[in-house]
Ligand binder design. Structure first.
Ligand SMILES: [Zn+2]
Length: 160
């Protein structure tokens, strides 16, 4: 059965997963990359907003990525190396939404600035707070000079 196994996760040849200088595992560039280089799509099991609301997520939170249409991708299930990018308040990569040929909203990870082979790659998670959670519930230790001290997107906290 292995020969026919369909690979749903895209390859991420520019990424190597290794232990991070910041937290747990991290993703590192395997080669020098210019700005705006595609790292891969954030893949995984998809949930609708309603499915998410009906579940308890607990510590799986770190692999969940909410799209602007409120669909959520769980990179912990069927995801690829892009799920290992850690958060930084001064990131060298970003996540960009776009529609694929099938009209599906996808999340593309790409470099913001040129990076060198071996650099650890980061994005700004910009997490939105759940009801009742505060920025201190998601402490950031990225070490950037402009660190907000939290992985939440504090500018978006007024959004309900
Ligand atoms: Zn930080």
């Amino acid at each position: 059965m292995t020969a026919a196994r369909k690979s749903s996760a895209s390859s991420t040849p520019c990424l190597r997963v290794s232990s991070s200088g910041v937290h747990g595992l991290g993703a590192f560039a395997t080669r020098d990359l210019p700005a705006n280089a595609l790292l891969g799509l954030y893949e995984g099991r998809r949930y609708t907003a309603g499915e998410i609301a009906a579940r308890q997520w607990n510590d799986q939170l770190t692999y969940l990525f909410m799209l602007s249409n409120e669909e959520v991708i769980d990179g912990g299930k069927g995801g690829n190396a892009t799920r290992h990018l850690n958060h930084s308040c001064d990131p060298n990569c970003e996540a960009v939404e776009e529609y694929d040929e099938a009209g599906r909203l996808v999340l593309k990870f790409q470099t913001l600035v040129p990076v060198e082979a071996g650099d650890e790659l980061f994005i700004d998670y910009g997490l939105t707070a759940e009801d009742g959670s505060s920025p201190s519930d998601y402490p950031c230790r990225c070490g950037a000079a402009n660190c907000r001290g939290t992985m939440l997107d504090v500018e978006m906290r007024d959004e309900v």
